[in-house]
Write a protein that binds this ligand. Structure first.
Ligand SMILES: NC(=O)c1ccc[n+]([C@@H]2O[C@H](COP(=O)([O-])OP(=O)(O)OC[C@H]3O[C@@H](n4cnc5c(N)ncnc54)[C@H](OP(=O)(O)O)[C@@H]3O)[C@@H](O)[C@H]2O)c1
Length: 311
């Protein structure tokens, strides 16, 4: 029996990885353990026969040590857009590295973010870089993934714009010229699952991007139009955007923060054009997004879960 610990596995990307693993591996051959802060929020995953959702505080080294027992690999997906970045993105990977080492779990896969760097403009990207560094320093069989923004049914990106387009007559948009290279959640999940069985991925850092770059303005217009509610987008000057973000920080789980603005100063695009590892061909946004944006068919589930979970 092959055992995989999926930390942060109850969210958008984790659910896709669970589906891929469940499909790809023979049921009798493996099992996944997914720790969560609240088991009831991960009900949709408890129905998968190979998935064991357990309530645990992964920040507690003793709890982590228990979770590591008997595992063959650990995948860390914990990530937040607001809150204590240092704790979630830097301290937790360091604790995971220590627990994995102590338990003899050598294989570690970790999801970071494109353009994570110690000197990045945003605390989010700096904390992601610190997490990568902590894991690298532990000298494990490590693979790091750095996706651009991820789209797919249940995303909190295109779906948010489509949803806002239903209620707003136009979009006053911060950082309209910011660049992204969105990558499909299924392509990200498949790349991570591929890496589990590829020794050549050990020691590698993979950027994950879709086939095309877009400005934020293009993405917002596209989402609104595809949802059947085309809207004009009005780019905001940075100073106005800063005040808008400050106000949104006052709303619990508001859609924007000042740190998000700082993140968008760095283009979230792949350095070598479009890249996915292992010869995988990235799926175009236009092929997938209409299936969940058109006529408001998007899945509310992840958004609601994130709100409840305050992530
Ligand atoms: N989605 C994107 O566009 C995107 C782009 C680039 C990078 N990434 C990275 O990809 C990873 C997965 O993203 P996602 O979209 O799947 O995120 P998500 O849907 O928000 O899920 C986040 C997961 O992290 C856990 N979590 C959140 N805050 C936590 C905390 N303070 N302590 C412990 N666990 C916590 C949640 O577990 P609970 O069940 O306990 O709530 C959940 O399983 C993250 O590292 C993210 O930074 C995502």
């Amino acid at each position: 029996m092959r055992k995989i610990l999926l930390i942060g596995g109850t969210g958008f990307l984790g659910s896709a990885i669970c589906r891929h693993l469940s499909r790809r591996l023979a049921k009798a051959d493996f099992s996944m353990t997914l720790p969560t802060r609240r088991r009831e929020r991960a009900k949709q995953l408890t129905v998968l026969p190979t998935v064991n959702v357990v309530e645990a505080n992964v920040h507690d080294p003793a709890a982590l040590a228990r979770l590591m027992i008997g595992q063959d690999a650990v995948i860390n997906l914990v990530g937040i857009l607001r809150g204590d970045f240092q704790r979630a993105h830097a301290e937790l990977p360091a604790k995971i590295a220590a627990a994995a080492k102590a338990a003899g779990v050598r294989r570690v896969l970790h999801v970071s973010a494109l353009e994570a760097a110690a000197d990045a403009p945003s605390a989010y990207l700096r904390s992601k870089a610190a997490g990568e560094a902590a894991l690298r320093a532990a000298n494990l069989d490590l693979t790091i993934f750095r996706p651009s923004v991820i789209f797919g049914d249940g995303d909190s990106f295109l779906t948010l714009f489509a949803r806002l387009a239903k209620i707003a007559p136009f979009f006053p948009l911060a950082c309209a010229a910011a660049r992204f290279q969105p990558v499909w959640v299924e392509d990200v999940a498949a790349s991570i699952v591929d890496a589990l069985d590829r020794p050549e991925s050990i020691g590698q850092t993979y950027e994950l991007c879709g086939p095309r770059q877009y400005t934020l303005r293009e993405l917002v217009s596209y989402a609104a139009k595809t949802a059947g509610t085309p809207r004009s987008v009005i780019g905001l000057p940075y100073a106005v955007a800063w005040w808008q973000a400050l106000l949104m920080e006052l709303i619990p789980n508001g859609p924007m923060s000042r740190d998000n603005l700082l993140s968008m100063r760095v283009p979230s695009v792949c350095t070598a054009g479009c890249t996915l590892p292992f010869g995988r061909v990235p799926t175009a946004l236009e092929v997938v997004a209409p299936s969940y944006l058109r006529d408001g068919r998007w899945r509310a589930g992840n958004d609601r879960r994130r709100k409840k979970a305050r992530r």
